[in-house]
Design a binder for this molecule. Structure first.
Ligand code: IPM
Ligand code: MG
Length: 435
């Protein structure tokens, strides 16, 4: 039993549509497990520009910090696209990430058996064995020789976690224009400390998964990437049980679609993580499926007894787990999708799964997080699909089985209410970044 305060920024486009079912799901969790969730609605992004004339009105950051976690739908849209960079809705998102200090962005992407037909890759690519000579001709690290093992998700298909640095790099460096406006620059800058702290989050996650880390950079060209490699080579010494390799980002982009099963944890910079997570998301069926958790340093308030790392998977303890309460910001990785906004077509599962990550990481409610993830699997088992995940399965054409945002959300709530033992009854397929 507990009382939990959640800051809520529904945002723009489909943001409010996917936020509504996530709130319903959380309220159902509250009822089922005897918790109270209170929501503090805050305006940021385009909605705040319209109402208050600025993307992040004063007081919003402080109000968010006052809560245990921040749940955010999406910001942005064509209406605000012509505004100068520092007045755009996206500024609010970046200022929130920076202001809240949430430097590690966890983006889990696993192929669920239910959505195998929505994955755009061929079956042969999803088979466990990696292709031969996949890096031929590239002056780069080879992919893993062994097919991934250890969890059901990786037996065939893929089950990976992208750990994206979120408060530094190109997104936050100096930028500008020449006087005439005909030349422009953005700067990538990283410090050893910024790199090391996000690497440690990734390595800790790997200890709870299949113990493999791939550091993705562009060290053949960029000085910041060479520093990333240096720091990674030092940091990996503290994790001798984790197999670590390095890939250039261009190669990583290729490997993701030619042999996704080789990856366990990918750790990378802000920009590369943004790009690779969109690529990984579509392999799961749709970008609408992917949740994310953005975490800062733990507050140190322990909410669970940290178990020893026994090697059992998933052992949801340790630095990135719900074992220690910490503030987090939770958002689906998709954007505001203005083209489908207001049409009851958006997939709410990425947002609902983000709420599950919030239960796990900020509130230490692992059983509740598993119950939500189990309910999502249950509705997929029953064949419910929003149009994005019905797309390649033949269902969209026949318009059979495709449901709207509201129906999908209601089905998850119902599955949660019906399943008396959701946490315990689920098969070992996972939606959790702990694999
Ligand atoms: C994401 C989004 C954002 C980003 C945009 C909306 C600024 O693409 O969260 O991946 O680039 O970080
Ligand atoms: Mg993105």
């Amino acid at each position: 039993m507990g009382e939990y305060r959640i800051a809520l920024i529904p945002g723009d486009g489909i943001g409010p549509e996917v936020a509504a079912p996530a709130i319903d799901v959380l309220n159902a969790v509250g009822k089922k497990f005897g918790h109270g969730f209170t929501f503090t609605a805050l305006a940021a992004g385009g909605a705040a520009i319209d109402r208050y004339g600025e993307p992040l009105p004063s007081g919003v950051l402080e109000a968010a910090k006052d809560c245990g976690a921040l749940l955010l739908g999406a910001v942005g849209g064509p209406k605000w696209d012509t505004l100068p960079g520092d007045k755009r809705p996206e500024r609010a998102l970046l200022a929130l990430r920076k202001g809240l200090g949430v430097f590690a962005n966890l983006r889990p992407a696993a192929l669920l058996p239910q959505l195998r037909d929505a994955c755009p890759l061929k079956e042969a690519v999803l088979a466990p064995a990696p292709p031969v000579n996949s890096t031929a001709g590239r002056a780069n690290s080879p992919p893993a020789k062994d097919p991934p093992q250890g969890t059901a998700g990786a037996a065939a298909g893929f089950d990976l976690l992208i750990v994206r640095e979120l408060t530094g790099g190109l997104y936050f460096g100096d930028r500008g224009r020449s006087a005439g406006g005909d030349s422009a620059f953005d700067t990538e800058r990283y410090s050893r400390r910024e790199i090391e702290r996000v690497l440690r989050v990734g390595f800790e996650a790997a200890l709870r998964r299949r113990r493999k880390v791939t550091v993705v950079d562009k060290a053949n060209v960029l000085e910041t990437s060479r520093l990333w490699r240096e720091v990674a080579q030092d940091t990996m010494k503290d994790y001798p049980g984790v197999a670590t390799d390095f890939l250039y980002v261009d190669n990583a982009a290729m490997q993701l679609i030619s042999c996704p099963g080789q990856f366990d944890v990918i750790i990378t910079s802000n920009l590369f993580g943004d790009i690779l997570s969109d690529e990984a998301s579509v392999l799961t069926g749709s970008i609408g499926m992917l949740p994310s958790a953005s975490l800062g340093a733990p507050s140190g308030k322990s909410t669970a007894v940290p178990a020893e790392d026994s090697g059992a998977l998933p052992a949801d303890t340790g630095m990135i787990s719900g074992a220690t309460e910490r503030f987090g910001m939770y958002e689906p990785i998709h954007g505001s999708a203005p083209d489908i906004a207001g049409k009851d077509m958006a997939n709410p599962l990425g947002m609902i799964l983000s709420a599950a990550m919030m239960l796990r990481y900020s509130f230490g409610l692992e059983g509740e997080a598993l119950a939500v993830e189990g309910a999502v699997r249950a509705v997929l088992d029953r064949g419910l699909r929003t149009p994005d995940i019905a797309r390649w399965s033949g269902r969209a054409g026949q318009n059979r089985g495709a449901v709207g945002t509201r129906e999908m959300g209601a089905a998850v709530v119902k599955a949660l209410e019906e399943d008396a033992d959701a946490a315990g009854s689920s098969a070992p397929q996972t939606l959790s970044p702990h694999g």
